[in-house]
Design a protein around this ligand. Structure first.
Ligand SMILES: Nc1ncnc2c1ncn2[C@@H]1O[C@H](COP(=O)(O)OP(=O)(O)OP(=O)(O)O)[C@@H](O)[C@H]1O
Length: 611
């Protein structure tokens, strides 16, 4: 069978090495168990050639010895088999647990650009289908392979011991059998790998379609998604059929070779018995051994599937584990200087920053920016201008391709991840809620926060009443039936998280989705609360948000084209003024704090195209 590639072998070795002692024990148990199980034919030879003739002369001793020998070997074989299965199953389960935890931990540590490339469906497939494929290897295939190898050595030795010409002839037949196995291996490798990839594609599609079920239903894509899923299943069925065909070919050809060999050897042995060249008992034992000897290659064929699937899956998992974060933890972190007592927050500097996503051209270039501690900066501009990318660089979700991003003079690349996450907190457009209580969800930025601190933060943000009205208040499971929080409420929870985490630098990627006026006012108030006393970069889609800022950056095609206080920019009659006008035209009252009406929901992102 094809051995897994070197990365997969290294991975398997790293999984098995910590369990070496139990593996040695399992190996010793197999040696003993096969020894006990394969003594049977030797006892048959002894019975026919020695014990029965002795009994005929009135000596029952040898037969009694044979009976006791049978009993002991049979019992020992059973007990040893039980012990072997128990030990190897424990090793298998431990390896799988270790592997799953390792893959999950590794995937979590990989940078955002990896996750943007490698879909969650593919990751699910690695942790489920591929780890399960390894289970097939550990549960059955490995034991079968080791048992077959040990049995072949034992049986060959026993046959040579009983009658070396017969033993030699039997060994020679192993050659053609090995050849059939080799050609089966060559053909089946491709087929089994194809089947494993087809299955992975089915799982990945399933995860992705169900993950995006709202979009699927909203755009009536059920039929086309169903057709795509059926096509993938069809491909999987075809590869399954091919695998079955290969196996049938192998079983037929190797059985044919084995049966021909047994027939020839039995005829030859029988002729020697007749001519007196071979004892009857030895002949009987040889026949019993021959069957077992040629059955082992067949058993190996039976587990080839599990072996090949595991080899293919191990390779995929090894390739995933070989991915390195593109935003690595510094080898020797540099701590931030103590915060200045006189000013809240920390300063932020972009120094000659440029950035390109791995699979695309430059989306930011020539960014030179200094944000003093405590300043709130709103970033506005057309859709796709690079606003969110700028925010992601400050959160170090990516590293710039040129230049540096500094907080209080320290390059983000030199900050320990824990300190970075404590200092800079990003509130994304849509706050993701993990399964668990509302309180746990609020506390993710500060897990040691007590209930009082959580409630205080929620009150300050203005979301306490919403939470208190939930079926179990702060203990309500956010994923439980009937507790769907609205987009606006999720935003408020996201802001409460940020407030509780008390970062020196906060990044708000304002949601583009429009909210009803009361929720929008609540969100506005919450933002004002979170921004107070911190350095802030706000990707703004509404002019009400811009009103919160000390300074506005207008970004277009990856460059900062205007920079200054909102009033000064308005006076300049430039890009910001056009944006402002477009906003006022689309939403003359609702976005302006001086008005109280409730109109449509124009947002800067949407209007920015006019700019
Ligand atoms: N993960 C990614 N891989 C490749 N290109 C990306 C990725 N994310 C964004 N881009 C591209 O980078 C450019 C800037 O995107 P970015 O999200 O920063 O714009 P934005 O100004 O925040 O837009 P919006 O207001 O619509 O959110 C766009 O051309 C976008 O297509």
């Amino acid at each position: 069978m094809t051995a897994p590639g070197s990365a997969a072998r290294t991975l398997l070795a790293s999984l098995l090495r910590p369990r070496a002692r139990r593996l040695w024990l399992a190996g010793a148990l197999v040696l003993l168990q096969r020894g006990a199980a394969l003594t049977g034919p030797l006892l048959v030879a002894y019975t026919i050639d020695q014990a029965v003739p002795a009994w005929r002369t009135g000596d029952r001793g040898p037969m009694t010895g044979v009976a006791i020998g049978y009993l002991l070997c049979g019992s020992a074989s059973g007990v040893l088999r039980y012990a072997f299965v128990t030990v190897s199953a424990r090793v298998g389960q431990d390896v799988l647990l270790d592997l799953r935890v390792r893959v999950f931990g590794h995937a979590q540590g990989l940078s955002l650009d990896f996750h943007e490339r490698y879909t969650s469906g593919r990751l699910t497939s690695r942790i489920t289908t591929d780890v399960e494929a390894l289970r097939g290897l550990l549960d059955e295939a490995l034991a079968t392979i080791v048992t077959a190898a040990v049995s072949t050595v034992y049986i060959t030795a026993a046959l040579l011991f009983l009658d070396w010409p017969l033993g030699l002839a039997a060994v020679l037949v192993l050659g053609p059998l090995a050849w059939t196995m080799r050609s089966f291996r060559r053909r089946s490798t491709r087929v089994y790998r194809g089947r494993s990839s087809a299955m992975a594609a089915v799982v990945a599609r399933l995860a992705e379609t169900l993950g995006g079920i709202r979009t699927v239903q909203a755009f009536r894509r059920e039929e086309s998604e169903g057709a795509a899923f059926a096509a993938l299943n069809g491909a999987h069925r075809r590869t399954n059929g091919d695998a079955g065909l290969e196996m049938a070919r192998y079983v037929t050809s190797s059985r044919l070779v084995a049966n021909l060999a047994v027939a020839a050897l039995v005829t030859w042995g029988a002729s020697r018995v007749v001519s007196g060249g071979l004892e009857l008992g030895v002949f009987a034992a040889a026949v019993l051994y021959l069957r077992q000897l040629y059955d082992d290659p067949l058993r190996l064929g039976g587990v080839a599937d599990a072996y090949q699937s595991a080899a293919a899956s191990l390779e995929k998992i090894a390739a995933l584990l070989a991915q390195r974060p593109t935003v690595p933890e510094p080898a020797v972190p540099i701590p931030l200087p103590p915060p200045a007592a006189e000013r809240p927050g920390r300063s932020v500097t972009f120094e000659g920053v440029a950035f390109a996503y791995p699979a695309g051209g430059e989306v930011l270039s020539g960014i030179d920016l200094h944000i003093p501690a405590g300043q709130t900066v709103a970033v506005v501009g057309p859709t796709g201008a690079g606003k969110s990318t700028l925010a992601k660089l400050l959160a170090r979700l990516h590293d710039p391709t040129a230049g540096r991003v500094l907080v209080d003079g320290t390059d983000l690349r030199h900050l320990a991840t824990a300190e970075l996450r404590r200092t800079v907190v990003m509130v994304p457009q849509d706050a993701f809620l993990f399964s668990g209580s509302v309180a746990e969800n609020i506390a993710i930025g500060r897990p040691d926060a007590d209930a009082g601190a959580i409630v205080r933060a929620a009150r300050t943000i203005g979301v306490h009443d919403v939470i208190a009205a939930l079926p179990d208040g702060y203990d309500t499971d956010v994923r439980a039936r009937g507790t769907r929080l609205s987009a606006g409420q999720r935003q408020l929870i996201g802001l409460t998280r940020a407030l509780l985490a008390e970062p020196a630098v906060v990044i708000l990627d304002e949601a583009t989705s429009s909210l009803d006026l009361p929720t929008e006012r609540a969100a506005h108030h919450a933002m004002r609360t979170v921004l107070r006393g911190r350095t802030a970069l706000v990707v703004a889609h509404r002019l009400t948000t811009v009103h919160l800022a000390d300074r506005v950056l207008v970004v277009d095609e990856g460059r900062v084209v205007e920079d200054g206080p909102p009033a000064a920019l308005l006076a300049r009659q430039g890009r910001f003024t056009s944006l402002h006008r477009a906003w006022r035209a689309a939403r003359p009252s609702a976005d302006d704090p001086s008005h109280g009406g409730d109109r449509g929901s124009g947002t800067l992102g949407g209007e920015a195209g006019a700019c």
